[in-house]
Design a protein around this ligand. Sequence first.
Ligand code: SF4
Length: 370
Amino acid sequence: MTTISVPVTRPATDGGLRVLDAWARVPDRPTPEERARRKARAAELLRAHDAVLVAHFYVDPDLQDLALETGGCVADSLEMARFGREHPARTLVVAGVRFMGETAKILSPEKRVLMPDLDATCSLDLGCPPDEFAAFCDAHPDRTVVVYANTSAAVKARADWMVTSSCALAIVEHLAARGEKLIWAPDRHLGAWIARETGADLLPWQGACVVHEEFRSAELEDLRRAHPDARVLVHPESPAGVVAQAHLVGSTSQLLREVVEGDAETYIVATDAGIFHRMEQLAPGKRLIAAPTSAPGAGCRSCTHCPWMAMNATQGVIDCLERGVNEIHVPEPVRSRALGCIDRMLDFVREHPEALLASRRAAPPAPDPY
Ligand code: SF4
């Protein structure tokens, strides 16, 4: 089994950033016949175990198709959480990264929650250790604590609100209108975008997503020159120079909806490449171009695919169901404390369904002529 090293940044005690050397496993590449065999076996096991597959947009296309073919879902983290809680199956198989499995367990403690690979994590989660984050919160007791879904159960247990990128803007706007000062964690780019859009008094943690941080603004400008009619769709975990060039800034679901419903023929997309599978299925005929991640001629270009999402494989679904391994446990009182901030978010989006449309549209400045 091959592993790769993934450098993850996190805040240092001197106020700067330090690098943590994380790792991810590289999945095998089965033949088409073997892929079909594994999908059939996984479908059989899901039925036999009264299980449903809840998959993220960024995981392997075979897993996305398997989820849809067997009555599961392919969604962003907010929809995954809601779907898992409401579905009657006794076992949830969560194909995504660890915090998604934990969120499912927090919301559905009576269900068995399994994952294809328990080592599939997230640089935002790794970059926000619970003890250090608790100390940060303790140092600012006058601030409401808002955390992104991409955090551990222990970090959520310390928070007042959890948000996802689908509803973060609306919830922070709501809190800012009440005059609340906020702590935001962990993604610094998403936090900076929300602060710019809402004017909220927001004290950010300094985490970053290893995928979105790689998008490059100068190269994006070049690409826009080459495709002047393309619409630029950007996930707000991207750097400010990339966000500033977007026609639409939004969550994965919001970007997907734009490709399906929008009237442009070509879209430049700055988010994980895993979303292209669903975009191509739902909007055949549209031209999709991945936003650039490094200068032409650079020795190495990022593949714009999360190394931990890539660890999810059909074989992992088979293994966890056949052998009952990779079960998620969230001990008390962490679970019930974390439930409070998740429920607050779910109640908010139930009462304010328009919150899920709160992506930002703009007419970005034309790229500079050469
Ligand atoms: S794409 Fe980024 S934010 Fe999403 S799971 Fe991977 S590292 Fe975390």
